[in-house]
Design a protein around this ligand. Structure first.
Ligand code: NOJ
Length: 513
């Protein structure tokens, strides 16, 4: 079970590397950089959706579940990528989007054309005196319903992403075929989009408690039956499923990780923790008690393509708005980089698996100041241009300090504009500097297998310092501003330099006893 302690690298394909010079990342761009990933030392990659899609939500609106978008190179490029990744021992996860498809999907087109069987595969309801069938809101803002003729269809996200009716067995059978198709092609697993949303309350009643988490639109018990069937399919072929699941409590999350359901689910509880020792420890303990006690492992992650980059979250010195996953305000980048380095070393020492979002290994900050006219995230438009959305963590990567688009593409025009300061974070330049954030990640990935067995907290005598032991390795993180004198054995790696015998403020150090 390689995945139990694996480090998986998330590739937001459009922004990783562009081989054909159109300013949008593609599969050949990724393939030519696979050696980069093996140099970093990850075990596998998760690819954000690259199926044919009109791109209303950049691939999370799928028009064809068994194809690859020609803009990314089509199926031949995908097969080349898979073969080259496997030749290097890298696993490849795709992204399954089962809650909704694109308005361009043939089923939805047939539904709009009036085919009754096709309509049953989606959630159409009659008009309620001129109003939508209920008062649910879309995650991206505005109502969750769009009217066509005398009926409305449900879309938990953008109107271009109609929700499937998971109470229709045809939908379930379809997705089992999709899983088999990609498993047969050699895909090692799937990250599954918004698993908790597949089923809605059967009667679709109004949700009386706006704007809180709508428990009628998600986290319904029927989803677990689907996951049990998928797990059988995966187990028969030794494949892995990792869920994207946002539920109110860690106890709810643990239900999705029962031995016959998903092997993994991202632990967002820690991702949303502010830089605070007690909060980090509470979150880690909650996970260990409620997830690990069921026999599952925790899947740690500090960033992805939906949230602000870790540097900018941990470096936020005054907040002016935005949701907890994307807080806005003034960022002290130096402080943010320092803390993000420490946080990365902390999670890499914990028991379980870690997902690393592209660019985090270079300490890349969020691009907060994209020009408004460049923004593409539907969240920005659906919120009436009040919620800035997720474009700032999706800006194409800087590989080199100079050159057109900092080595991302032969073209200087990238699908989201890169800021001038991106060159200072150039990945290739960091690879040759031993003290860089990139080198720290590489070293940490190499040394991480030294941490073995369960976690045991060690007393530190300070509220702002966390220390734990796993086997003969010790991890110490100083959240506060004072160095921490320590005698925990031989130092093996540190996220910041300190005087001998101390761990520096805002840093993590590993020791061997
Ligand atoms: C979660 C994905 O991570 C996000 O990027 C997407 O917009 C929504 N699900 C809808 O598919």
């Amino acid at each position: 079970m390689w995945w139990r302690d694996a480090v998986v690298y998330q590739v937001y394909l459009r922004s990783f590397a562009d081989a054909d010079g159109d300013g949008v990342g593609d599969l050949d761009g990724l393939r030519t950089r696979l050696d980069y990933l093996t140099a970093l030392g990850v075990d596998g990659i998760w690819l954000n959706p690259c199926y044919p899609s009109p791109g209303a939500d950049h691939g999370y609106d799928v028009a064809d579940y068994t194809g690859i978008d020609t803009r990314y190179g089509g199926l031949p490029a995908f097969d080349r990528l898979l073969a080259d990744a496997h030749a290097r021992g890298l696993k490849v996860f795709m992204d399954l989007v089962p809650n909704h498809c694109s308005v361009e999907h043939p089923w939805f087109r047939a539904a709009l054309a009036g085919d009754p069987a096709a309509r049953e595969r989606f959630i159409f309801r009659p008009d309620r005196d001129g109003d939508p069938p209920n008062n649910w809101l879309s995650v991206f803002g505005g109502p969750a319903w769009t009217r066509v003729g005398d009926a409305w269809y449900l879309h938990s996200f953008d109107p271009a992403q109609p929700d499937f009716n998971w109470r229709n067995p045809e939908v379930a059978a379809y997705f089992e075929d999709v899983l088999r198709f990609w498993f047969d092609r050699g895909v090692d697993g799937f990250r599954i989009d918004v698993v908790h949303m597949l089923f809605k309350h059967a009667d679709l009643p109004d949700w009386p408690h706006h704007p809180e988490y709508n428990i009628l639109a998600q986290n319904q018990p029927e989803v677990h039956e689907v996951l049990r069937r998928w797990r059988k399919l995966a187990d028969a072929r030794e494949r892995t499923l990792v869920g994207e699941i946002w539920v109110p409590t860690v106890g709810d999350l643990a239900l999705y990780l029962r031995p016959d359901e998903l092997q993994q689910a991202f632990y967002f509880d820690l991702l949303v923790c502010p830089w605070d020792a007690a909060r980090f420890r509470d979150s880690i303990d909650r996970g260990l008690e409620q997830v690990v006690s069921t026999g599952a492992v925790i899947t740690w992650t500090l960033a992805n393509h939906d949230v602000h980059r870790a540097v900018s979250r941990y470096g936020l010195v005054s907040r002016t708005g935005g949701p907890d996953t994307r807080p806005r305000g003034t960022v002290d980048v130096e402080l943010g980089v320092r803390r993000a380095r420490a946080a990365a070393m902390l999670v890499l020492a914990l028991p379980g698996s870690v997902y690393l979002y592209q660019g985090e290994e270079a300490g890349l900050p969020e691009v907060m100041d994209l020009p408004d006219e460049a923004r593409q995230d539907p969240t920005w438009f659906r919120s009436g241009r009040t919620e800035h959305g997720r474009d700032g963590c999706r800006v194409p990567l800087p590989w080199t300090a100079a050159g057109p688009s900092f080595g991302f593409s032969a073209s200087a025009e990238t699908w989201l504009p890169q800021p001038e300061w991106f060159g200072a974070f150039a990945i290739e330049e960091q690879m040759s500097r031993p003290e860089s954030t990139w080198s720290l990640h590489r070293d940490a990935l190499r040394m991480r297998p030294g941490f073995e067995g369960p976690l045991e907290w060690l007393p530190t005598g300070r509220e702002d310092v966390l220390a734990f032991r796993r086997g003969d390795m010790v991890c110490v993180t100083v959240f506060g501003g004072e160095p921490y004198p320590v005698e925990h054995g031989t130092p093996v790696l540190a996220s910041a330099e300190a005087s001998a015998g101390a761990v520096a403020p805002g840093s993590t150090a590993w020791f061997r006893r």
